[in-house]
Write a protein that binds this ligand. Structure first.
Ligand code: ADP
Ligand code: ZN
Length: 447
């Protein structure tokens, strides 16, 4: 199939067959895959059998794509309650990899992959790279974290799939990262948007001029919300073209959707994920094109199939064919979440996690405010203000300092990130008459 590129820009496409499939053919493929997935879930995952039986739905009831809304939703809590492996549709001897996403108090969500799942993931990340013009001549500097987090390995396998050289740097040691950019001549940067800005600042401090000293051409940034303003800043400071990439551990990791060179929404890999939007309060299906909570159903996953996952991410879906030639639907940049989860320096943080840590420390009251800001150094800053008891207050500074240190250490243990702590005097934080406002997020993701 030829690519109907109207603009002068040449768009590379990795998987022509699937990325430019006429919609009727795509929907036919989606239905076949949906039916298989539902059968797999019903017969292999006890929770899905239970949920479907409760709704009186059988796999045979799925005869059209629209029937997806007969199926039960899956929430993060369902996945957590079935920790670690009870949602797996394959025995562990067929599973070759585990990843996990940070979760609330204690247990994370654990996901598993078969050989085929890993292969699909690499293919989908290869689509992402290719849509940004990356080929086997490129050198990919991967600053996404390696480990249980899906970012590092997802970006890694995709880069290998297109035949590029991949440098598995992971996050941290910013000075060394800039040195490696120069020495290895990286052309592609993979990192969270906030870390890209940290690296840009570091480069500036080291007297490195991107125009003169670096070969960076493109970067794929995601795993956290970011603004158009941030995008322009990254592009200007690093002299590269920035692409937005979206993913979530529960569905696979990065590679669920990404921008093409037209930068008009993120193309969803619809042959692998069925997308819906619902009203976040009622769960009612909304017509595509209307702002709502995105709900995803996996269509090809073997080890960890997911029916109607409530992403809690707010977006609009556009099914118009894009100028790049891809027929896959596009989601608009994510502007917010429908739950209270905060993403701080790429780490998922629920206010309830902070609250439960506070509750375990003697001398502290459950009166607290969480303030998140993105400072001039572009790193998210987490501050926790918490009231102490009258008794602790009377004991003086040394006792207060001890409690402060303990809270800092315990929070770091649970969240994996540092927080600034302020222990304040009893009854100094504002009381609300209705729902307490515990979180003040000064970052603005809506432009
Ligand atoms: P990941 O490994 O991608 O960080 P998590 O499961 O930890 O996976 O977090 C997924 C969440 O991160 C998404 O539900 C969404 O809220 C957020 N996210 C990921 N990519 C983006 C993006 N490009 N823009 C905005 N938010 C994003
Ligand atoms: Zn496009």
């Amino acid at each position: 199939m030829s690519i109907p590129v109207q603009n002068a820009r040449q768009c590379l496409i990795w998987d022509h067959e699937h990325e430019t499939m006429p919609r009727p053919n795509l929907e036919k493929l989606q239905l076949e895959r949906l039916q298989k997935t539902v059968e797999r879930c019903y017969t292999k995952v006890p929770l899905y059998k239970e949920k479907m039986d409760a709704l009186g739905v059988k796999p045979d009831d799925i005869n059209r794509l629209k029937d997806v809304n007969k199926l039960p939703f899956t929430t993060k809590n369902d996945l957590r309650d079935n920790y670690p492996f009870k949602m797996f549709a394959e025995p562990l001897d067929k599973v070759v990899r585990l990843h996990a996403s940070s979760g609330t108090t204690g247990k994370p969500v654990v996901v598993g992959y078969t050989v085929n799942d890993i292969n699909t993931w690499a293919e989908l990340m290869a689509r992402v790279y290719t849509s940004g013009g990356v080929t086997n001549v490129d050198i990919v500097h991967n600053s996404y974290g390696y480990g249980l987090f899906t970012g590092g390995m997802g970006a890694h396998y995709g880069a290998e799939r297109v035949g590029a050289v991949v440098i598995p740097v992971s996050g941290g040691l910013s000075k060394r990262q800039v040195m490696l950019w120069q020495d290895f001549g990286a052309t592609v940067l993979m990192s969270t948007p906030s870390y890209a800005l940290v690296l840009a600042e570091q480069a500036k401090e080291m007297g490195v001029n991107p125009l003169r000293d670096l070969k960076l051409k493109v970067g794929f940034f995601g795993a956290e919300p970011w603004t158009m303003e941030m995008k322009r800043e990254i592009e200007a400071k690093l002299n590269l073209e920035a692409f937005d990439i979206y993913g979530l551990t529960e569905m696979m990791g990065p590679g669920v959707s990404s921008e093409c060179p037209y930068h008009d929404g993120l193309h969803i890999a619809e042959d692998h994920f069925l997308v819906e939007t619902v009203d976040p309060d009622t769960g009612e299906s909304l017509p595509l094109g209307q702002l709502g909570e995105m709900v995803l159903t996996s269509l090809t996953k073997e080890a960890f199939p997911v029916l109607r996952y409530r992403t809690r991410d707010r977006t609009i879906i556009d099914t118009e064919v894009c100028s790049c030639g891809r027929t896959t639907a596009r989601m608009k940049r994510i502007t917010g979440r429908t739950d209270d989860m905060l993403i701080i320096r790429g780490v998922n943080v629920f206010p309830s996690q902070i609250e439960s840590v506070i509750l375990t420390i003697k001398g502290l009251e459950p009166q607290y405010v969480i303030v998140v800001d993105r400072g001039s150094n572009y790193m998210d800053d987490l501050e926790v203000l918490v009231e102490c008891t009258e008794k602790l207050h009377a004991q003086g500074d040394e006792a207060l300092e001890k409690v402060k240190e303990r809270l800092g250490a315990d929070l770091h243990q649970v969240l994996g990130i540092n927080a600034r702590i302020k222990v304040v005097a009893p009854k100094t934080l504002e009381r609300s008459e209705g729902k307490a406002k515990r979180v003040v997020d000064l970052r603005d993701f809506n432009n």
